[in-house]
Design a protein around this ligand. Structure first.
Ligand SMILES: C[S@@+](CC[C@H](N)C(=O)[O-])C[C@H]1O[C@@H](n2cnc3c(N)ncnc32)[C@H](O)[C@@H]1O
Length: 227
């Protein structure tokens, strides 16, 4: 995957994102559910194909949870108690036996054992993280060989004029916990720096290619073994 990388705004501090999503929690579903629905379906479909144990990072109000197959075993993680409270309310209204746990925490610091998950799903969260590559390192550690990290998000536009507008916008909306100019190339560079990861597979997550789905497979041991 070759993606041009242009200058981008700074990564967002975790405390600012946590603070922003405390406020977002009240209106999040009304504003975001219809817009994100196709991308949420694309994320869940990729996890459903893999099956097994799933970690959803930045589970938010739990909009993706009903879209997973009932055979999966899903743990949701979020840094915002406000967003998680809505997810718990959703579970109370509509039982979802495939949801194993909802945990408060920061993906940078999560210390679940190595190789705990078959899929790690990151819907609309990677671009908001304080240290995306460190968070991805932690996801790679927790992912089983043969498993996938599944990211859906908006990334910096490949059209220079639009990318320029996104760069202009980024510092102005950072306080809202939004980041429109994250370069997709950063993910490709991160994946390329690890021998046990396949190059990311990128496709569109919904109409008009506004959002992308990125799947990064951790190679089975048989494919990485030195002969
Ligand atoms: C844009 S919302 C997406 C929510 C949900 N994934 C969705 O697609 O509807 C981003 C979510 O990521 C969470 N988040 C941000 N930084 C995080 C971190 N470091 N660790 C865990 N969750 C985080 C926020 O609290 C928020 O709920």
């Amino acid at each position: 995957m070759t993606v041009p990388q242009q200058a981008a705004s700074q990564d967002l501090p975790s405390f600012a994102v946590e603070n922003a999503y405390r406020h977002w929690a009240k209106v999040y579903d009304a504003v975001c559910a219809p817009v994100f629905r196709p991308a949420h379906k694309a994320a869940a479909a990729a996890a459903n194909r893999i099956g097994g144990e799933v970690l959803e990072v930045g589970v938010g109000t739990g909009l993706v949870l009903p879209l997973y197959d009932r055979q999966l075993w899903v743990t949701g993680l979020d840094i915002s108690e406000g967003m998680l409270a809505k997810a718990r309310q959703r579970l109370g209204e509509r039982p979802m036996p495939h949801v194993a746990a909802l945990e408060t925490g920061d993906i940078h610091e999560l210390r679940h054992p190595d190789e705990s998950y078959d899929a790690i799903v990151m819907p609309f969260v990677l671009t908001l993280l304080a240290e995306p590559e460190r968070a991805l390192d932690n996801c790679r550690r927790m992912l089983r060989p043969g498993g996938e990290i599944i990211i859906v998000s908006h990334f910096q536009s490949a059209t220079p004029g639009i990318a320029k507008i996104e760069r202009w916008l980024a510092p102005r909306i950072a306080g809202l916990g939004l980041r429109p100019d994250f370069p997709l190339a950063r993910i490709a560079e991160w994946a390329a720096s690890h021998e046990d990861l396949a190059p990311p597979a990128v496709d569109s997550a919904g109409p008009l290619a506004v959002y992308k789905r990125v799947r990064i497979r951790k190679l089975p041991r048989s494919e990485t073994a030195v002969i």
